[in-house]
Design a protein around this ligand. Structure first.
Ligand SMILES: Cc1ncc(COP(=O)(O)O)c(C=O)c1O
Length: 369
């Protein structure tokens, strides 16, 4: 097709994001019963959708002929009280992913550079490539930890954005307050630090306070989402917190109704669902213990995780993920993260985790792992 010669050059080189495979796809491919398939591949909520959010969805259904509030005022107001920020310090997106897109559209292009850790959320690399920018990937420290000192040193006059993913997907590692404080002292103020905190509310360790940098007027943005902690991945709602000046620039590429009506209502209700949040954290703590014991028993290396998933070294992750799928367990292979020997397993219910345990033991018996 001749039109393909006219594709924007950076876009033509992009390798698209590979999401976790849906249950129905896997059932079709492997001739399995979808009801018997366990999907622990996308770090989704272990307890499903927050019940308060579900109720809010039902209540707003008859209003869905209306456009949503383009300013998301109710949600903005609620979050601004919760976070102690001004209402104009929030930007909303169809998932925090959309805010990553705004950041790329506003700050990246040919001649501009991004600094990020190796093995960090792969969307940073994809968006940088899409905009024709340079992606500077900084090697990790022992234990696949972000090396913030090396990241600070990798900053050049061309750097626009630095991504700090904490806890990091897919490694589950957590950066301490001290490391972040030291890092922020080294970053020049013409570089925007993006704290991507998709797992903050369910963090299984001590989550550093990065909002204090927003409050002090540092050049940074903190991204959060309702996808993980509140189980709203399917409705798409996330937000960013930064200075009002920065938010107003990021709002320029944002389309007026990007945060849909149902998502806004569900998010407002979810913020009151403390019980759901606490129960989820409890389930993740038990799951973490289960997986760590399982890995120790099978002598499989793993990275201690502070989020709702764990990275396990099985050797040949692509092949193992495929074999697990044939046994009805969907996990994530990590070739796009250059972690070919690893798989990422999301924390599921006790039953789902045990299904993984049985499947991996079966692969051990056949000498696959
Ligand atoms: C680190 C990180 N950031 C951002 C996202 C995007 O999440 P969402 O767009 O659902 O808010 C994810 C999703 O997996 C993630 O792991």
């Amino acid at each position: 097709m001749k039109i393909l010669d006219k594709i924007n050059e950076p876009v033509s080189k992009v390798r698209p994001y590979q999401p976790g495979r849906p249950i129905e796809d896997v059932a079709r491919d492997f001739g399995l019963n979808p009801d018997e398939i366990v999907k622990i591949a996308s770090n989704e909520s272990v307890l499903g959708v927050s019940p308060k959010a579900q109720k809010a969805l039902i209540e707003c259904v008859s209003n869905l002929h209306r456009y949503p509030d383009a300013g998301a005022w109710e949600l903005r107001d609620k979050l601004s009280k919760k976070m102690n920020l001004e209402p104009d310090q929030f930007i909303f997106g169809a998932g925090s992913n959309e805010i990553l897109v705004f950041l790329a559209q506003v700050f990246l292009g040919p001649g501009k550079a991004v600094v990020a850790s190796a093995h960090a959320f792969v969307i940073y690399k994809i968006l940088t490539a899409m905009m024709g920018g340079d992606f500077i990937e900084v090697p990790v420290k022992a234990g696949l930890q972000h090396d913030l000192d090396a990241m600070a040193k990798a900053i050049t006059p061309e750097t626009s954005l630095v991504f700090v993913c904490n806890p990091n997907n897919p490694t589950g590692t957590l950066i301490s307050q001290e490391e972040i404080d030291n890092f922020m002292e080294q970053v020049p103020d013409d570089v925007l630090v993006v704290f991507d905190e998709a797992y903050a509310e369910i963090c299984l360790g001590e989550m550093p306070d990065t909002l204090s940098f927003v409050k002090k007027g540092k050049t940074c943005i903190v991204l959060r989402t309702f996808s993980k902690a509140y189980g709203l991945a399917g409705i798409r709602i996330g937000y960013g917190m930064a200075s009002a000046e920065l938010v107003s620039e990021l709002n320029k590429p944002r389309q007026p109704f990007n945060a849909n009506l149902a998502a806004q209502n569900m998010a407002v209700a979810a913020l009151d669902d403390d019980e759901f949040l606490q129960d989820s954290i409890e389930a993740y703590r038990s799951a973490k213990q289960y997986y760590e014991q399982l890995c120790n028993e099978l002598e499989l290396e793993f990275i201690p995780s502070y989020a709702n998933f764990v990275l396990i070294k099985t050797g040949n992750g692509g092949d193992i993920a495929q074999k697990l799928m044939a046994l009805g367990v969907i996990v994530r292979p990590l070739q796009p993260y250059l972690l070919d020997d690893w798989i990422r397993v999301s924390f599921g219910t006790a039953e789902e985790n045990q299904a993984f345990g049985s499947a991996i033991k079966q692969l051990r018996q056949s000498n696959d792992v």
